[in-house]
Design a protein around this ligand. Sequence first.
Ligand SMILES: C[S@@+](CC[C@H](N)C(=O)[O-])C[C@H]1O[C@@H](n2cnc3c(N)ncnc32)[C@H](O)[C@@H]1O
Length: 261
Amino acid sequence: MKLIRSYPIIGAMMAQVIAALVAILLNAALGGVIDARLFFWGSLMVQGGVAAAITRALGLATWWVWIGLFFPLAVYLALASGDLPAWPFGVAFLVLSLLFSNTARERVPLYLSNRLTSKALLSLMQERGATRFMDLGSGLGGVVRAIDGDGRIAVGVETAPLAFLVSVILSKIRGRGRIFRQDIWSTDISKQDVVYTFLSPEPMARVYQKAKREMKPGSILVSNSFAVPGLAADEVWDLSDRRKTQLFIYRMTDVIADTSK
Ligand SMILES: C[S@@+](CC[C@H](N)C(=O)[O-])C[C@H]1O[C@@H](n2cnc3c(N)ncnc32)[C@H](O)[C@@H]1O
């Protein structure tokens, strides 16, 4: 189960294999009894339905359940679509993997902070007289570019190759902020006044432990949307955007809170 929690794609593949076996057994039992066309579409629905049910039972996120449901139909449509050229799919796969490479490994996809969030972070920096800012997992670098300047030094670290490349180019063009191709876990955050994350629930306990170990007293960890499990934030900022963004703000002191439970 731990393996499936860390790599949900293994659970999703297992669900399809088991569902395919169920569909094959049904085929053996009922083939020839029911109209062939009806039977074919029924089998696709059975495989999708069983896969979705198994995915749900494994406790995977809702989008995996939808993928489980429609995967057999998508495979059929792709196979039945005739002589479509293969290269656009190859290119799309390559681009998506270079952009979303941290999704399978870290359980953190790419989605971006909006303008109101950058503004809130900027006012937090100004309010606290902070000058050094780091975005851990900086995506396309939008937050870094929004914060950098007027005496503030903002940097980001990002490992997804395409996100890194695009953010470096945009930062160079705008002349704001610096992005490093560096893993969050090996990045030194000890000199930052404000460290920002917009990741997923999965790594938050580890992020907080890292911040507590490395950040100086008085500095601030801000997490967009994902609270540190089992720990009350020092402040929660509710933004008035459409997605009702919440910023969880943790002030660093010398006491290390135990979030491992
Ligand atoms: C949800 S996006 C947020 C992007 C940006 N911080 C923003 O708010 O617009 C999270 C980013 O973290 C990156 N990421 C995830 N794990 C990482 C790791 N271990 N090291 C570096 N970057 C990572 C992902 O590639 C992704 O671009």
